[in-house]
Design a protein around this ligand. Structure first.
Ligand SMILES: Nc1nc2c(ncn2[C@@H]2O[C@H](COP(=O)(O)OP(=O)(O)OP(=O)(O)O)[C@@H](O)[C@H]2O)c(=O)[nH]1
Ligand SMILES: [Mg+2]
Length: 364
């Protein structure tokens, strides 16, 4: 958000008196069908519940409301009808989205006329190859990058399907190339479908496995410094979530010979032909968990950027102009205070959450 504003302020012409409209941008990367749209659905519903009772509200704009409503109905449909604990979940089998998707929201304040837009774009994994320039350009603008990780593929069968599904090398190389030191970023590594590991008390194993499998990426992010201040420019966090809450990984589908039925990616990596999930309880319901957390982190990150811009009172040049631009927005202080309060509700080092670097970027 402030990166974008800094860009604009760099070219600020004195005649510009319109208050700038602030937008937080999130880029979500993840395999086809890993559950990106489902996560955004759960994230929106959880965040809407989280802001209830605060001064803030969150609304979905444009087509987003209808798309997410539709997706929510599909997800809830997985829980209709009678089922017993252990019954296999029948997948809706609906096709995913054809390419990138755009989701637009606005955070507003009940008492004042002020708002910040939130934009989330998701890109399927293969876009890192076929549409590299588009994704790279968006990442440059974005405040946060979410790397969605299929957890059963990471954890089961000794991680045999991790490379084919999650493409850790592709993601690492891409972010190495396109996350430069000149922009402050929040990078969230988000293991999805973690229900099984939470229930078995093994969520810390998931965190450790993410750290090991993404070690190259993490060490690169730790090394990125702000050109001006020499401080870490990236905050990187492992943030596991449960998109559905009461459906757990059961098995990779096996054939008559008892071996896992496999398919192969174009470049020859193995993938399971089918993944079975089961209900964790009789008449389980749609109850996502921790889905509000990625946005709490984003809000903590953005409010910290704001605070730092405010604190550098005697800074010259760009920061000074940035502060002037922010001052044009009425009630921004009150609003940012509310944002910061929500940001404090993030899980820190519990339930598999771990801040790997750049803690100062989210307020310590
Ligand atoms: N068991 C289980 N299934 C899930 C979960 N999240 C999503 N699904 C299912 O996985 C399928 C794909 O989910 P989407 O959210 O559409 O995945 P996507 O990453 O947006 O897919 P594309 O848009 O095709 O790239 C859907 O049929 C969901 O019902 C989850 O946490 N657990
Ligand atoms: Mg999708």
């Amino acid at each position: 958000m402030l990166n974008e504003l800094k860009e604009r302020v760099k070219n600020l012409v004195k005649t510009n008196t319109e208050p700038p409209r602030l937008t937080m941008r999130v880029c979500m990367l993840g395999a086809r069908g890993v559950g990106k749209t489902s996560v955004i659905t759960s994230l929106y519903n959880s965040q809407k519940a989280a802001v209830a009772g605060t001064q803030l509200f969150l609304v979905a704009d444009g087509d987003t409301q209808a798309i997410l409503e539709n997706k929510k109905n599909l997800l809830m449909g997985m829980f209709t009808g009678l089922h017993d604990e252990g019954d296999l979940v029948t997948e809706s089998g609906l096709p995913g989205d054809s390419g990138e998707s755009l989701f637009q929201f606005t955070y507003g304040m009940n008492t004042e006329r002020i708002n910040i837009d939130l934009e989330i774009r998701d890109y399927p994994g293969e876009y890192l190859r076929s549409e590299a320039d588009t994704v790279a350009a968006y990442i440059r603008e974005a405040d946060a990058v979410i790397v969605a990780i299929d957890t059963p593929c990471l954890m089961e069968a000794d991680g045999r399907y991790h490379a084919g599904k999650n493409r850790p090398e592709l993601v690492t190389d891409f972010l190495r190339e396109h996350l430069a030191s000149d922009g402050e970023k929040l990078v969230l590594l988000v293991p999805l479908k973690c229900e099984k590991y939470y229930r078995e008390g093994r969520i810390d194993e998931v965190t450790k496995r993410v750290e090991a499998e993404y070690a190259g990426l993490i060490s690169h992010l730790k090394g990125l410094r702000d050109d001006e201040t020499g401080k870490r420019s990236v905050c990187c966090v492992i943030a596991p979530i449960q998109t559905l809450g009461s459906v757990v990984f059961e098995s990779f589908q096996t054939g008559p010979d008892g071996a896992v039925e496999e398919i192969s990616t174009k470049d020859g990596l193995p993938l399971p032909a089918k993944i079975n999930y089961r209900y964790a309880a009789a008449n389980a319901a749609y109850e996502p968990k921790y889905c509000e957390q990625p946005l709490f982190y984003l809000l903590a990150f953005v409010s910290m950027q704001y605070r730092q811009a405010q604190e550098q009172k005697n800074a010259g040049g760009i920061l000074n102009k940035l502060r002037e631009a922010l001052r044009l927005i009425p009630h921004i202080d009150d609003f940012m205070l509310e944002i910061a309060l929500l940001g404090h509700r993030r899980l820190d080092s519990a339930q598999g959450y771990k801040v790997l670097c750049g803690r100062g970027r989210i307020g310590g």
